[in-house]
Design a protein around this ligand. Structure first.
Ligand code: SF4
Ligand code: SF4
Length: 199
C-alpha cells in the first residue's frame, strides 16, 4: 500500500542521491577519454609482415576483409637455384561498417601483421566511407601501444631459447677457432728461431 506523495518522496530521494555522486560524464571532444591500454578501437595493418596468406579474410565471420594480390617471380638466391614465386599485396581493406570487432583476424594472423589500435575517432557521415584501405590501416599501426613487458616468472619462449642456443653455439665455435689460430701462431713463433739456427 502506498501513501499519497510517497512516489514524489522516492523520486526526490533518487535525485538527492544522484546529486551527491561524482559525475561520470566526460566533456568529449574537449576532454579525451582515458582509455584502457588494450582498447579495441580499430585494426592496424603492418603490411611488411603480411604474406597474403588470406587466413584473416577466410576466418572473418563478417567477410569484411578485402584482399587482392598478384604473384611475382623471385630470381634464385644462388646460381643454379630455382626461381621462387611470392605473393605481392595489391589491396587490403576492412569494412568497419560490417566489422564486429571480434578480433578473430588478429588472433589467426600467423605473421603478426594485424594489431588493435586504441584509435576510435574515425566516424563518417556516409557508411560507404567506413571501408578503409591499406594506407589508413597502416597509419593506425603507429598508434598501436607497445606490448606489455614479459612476466619475469614466465617460462622462456621457445623461439628465444632456440635463438640463444644458436648464438651460444656460434660463440663457442668462434672461440674454438680463435684458440686454434692462436695456438698455430705460437707454434710458428717457437719454430722460427730453430729454422734460423739451421741456416
Ligand atoms: S575483428 Fe572480426 S569482424 Fe572485424 S575484420 Fe576482424 S575478424 Fe572480421
Ligand atoms: S592472416 Fe595476416 S599474413 Fe595472412 S593475409 Fe591476413 S594479415 Fe596478411
Amino acid at each position: 500500500m502506498s501513501f499519497p506523495g510517497s512516489g514524489l518522496a522516492k523520486g526526490l530521494a533518487v535525485t538527492l542521491r544522484t546529486m551527491t555522486k561524482r559525475s561520470v560524464t566526460a566533456q568529449y571532444p574537449d576532454v579525451q577519454p582515458d582509455l584502457a591500454p588494450r582498447t579495441r578501437g580499430v585494426i592496424g595493418l603492418f603490411e611488411e609482415n603480411c604474406t597474403v596468406c588470406m587466413l584473416c579474410a577466410r576466418e572473418c565471420p563478417d567477410w569484411c576483409i578485402y584482399i587482392d594480390s598478384h604473384k611475382e617471380t623471385v630470381p634464385p638466391a644462388a646460381p643454379g637455384g630455382r626461381e621462387r614465386s611470392r605473393n605481392v599485396l595489391d589491396r587490403f581493406a576492412i569494412d568497419f561498417a560490417l566489422c564486429m570487432y571480434c578480433g578473430i583476424c588478429i588472433e589467426v594472423c600467423p605473421f603478426d601483421a594485424l594489431f588493435w589500435s586504441p584509435e576510435f575517432e574515425y566516424a563518417e557521415t556516409d557508411i560507404r566511407d567506413l571501408t578503409h584501405e591499406r594506407d589508413k590501416l597502416r597509419e593506425w599501426m603507429w598508434t598501436v601501444p607497445e606490448p606489455p613487458a614479459l612476466d619475469p616468472a614466465a617460462e622462456e619462449p621457445k623461439e628465444i631459447a632456440a635463438a640463444r642456443k644458436a648464438a651460444d653455439k656460434l660463440a663457442a665455435q668462434q672461440a674454438a677457432e680463435a684458440a686454434a689460430q692462436n695456438e698455430n701462431q705460437n707454434e710458428n713463433q717457437n719454430q722460427a728461431p730453430d729454422t734460423e739456427e739451421g741456416t
